[in-house]
Design a protein around this ligand. Structure first.
Ligand code: MD6
Ligand code: FE
Length: 215
């Protein structure tokens, strides 16, 4: 376990352009961790963390929850859903703080006002990773995706439109927000295995929140 002496005194916010329509806004929500975590915990209370099985039959190392339109994966593939198929109930609504954050981040990144209809929440424990993938199960690709990182740092891989394209490695820390859309919307991306550690607010986890227009 490593102790990050500088966790509470990071550099000022700065932007890093990853490609056309893809930008990291480092530190964008750094001062809002407690409220964002409270919102996440409210969702988790209603949609407990689960490890989905991929269409290929692998159990994901990342634990997931969601609100707005939900997410399912099984042998039939991936898809979004308005309702929990077991209870017939709608998934819980997206908390206001996350809607506000999505809109603000989208505008500041140069995109239109943004009203997401789906929010996926990923929890990475040390060793968890997310293999290179494209987000292509949404109905239209005009809207950007707004992605928030909380807790332990991670290395984000950001590649091109083909799986084999070289991927750059971008460190993401607590409070960073990535916005991407436009020509980069279908770029391959992933998360390298998260290293052991402890974050003062989040504990031994990385939490990623993505806001998107799914249906
Ligand atoms: C993560 N993010 O940061 C995984 N997908 O944990 C994603 O897979 C992702 O950050 C689409 C758009 C933004 C993302
Ligand atoms: Fe993704």
């Amino acid at each position: 376990m490593t102790i990050d002496l500088f966790e509470d005194s990071p550099p000022p916010p700065w932007r890093e352009q990853l490609g056309p329509g893809a930008v990291v806004m480092h530190g964008f929500v750094r001062d809002h961790g407690p409220e964002l975590l409270a919102a996440v915990n409210g969702v988790i209370a209603q949609v407990p963390w689960r490890h989905l099985t991929t269409p290929g039959g692998f159990v994901m190392s990342v634990a997931m929850s969601w609100c707005g339109n939900g997410w399912t994966s099984d042998h039939r593939g991936y898809r979004y859903s308005e309702r929990d198929s077991r209870s017939g109930q709608r998934w819980p609504p997206i908390p206001d703080i996350l809607l506000a954050l999505a809109d603000e981040a989208s505008r500041q990144a140069g995109f239109a006002p943004f009203i997401p209809d789906s929010c996926l929440i990923n929890r990475y424990d040390p060793g968890s990773k997310l293999s290179l993938h494209q987000d292509k199960d949404e109905r239209d690709f005009d809207a950007p995706i707004v992605s928030v990182s909380l807790g332990l740092p991670a290395v984000f891989q950001f590649g091109g439109l083909r799986r084999g394209d070289p991927a750059r490695r971008v460190p993401l820390a607590h409070g960073d927000v990535v916005v991407w859309g436009g020509p980069s919307r279908l770029c391959f991306h992933g998360i390298m295995p998260v290293k052991e550690g402890y974050h003062s607010l989040v504990g031994p986890h990385r939490i990623n929140i993505t806001l998107r227009k799914a249906l």
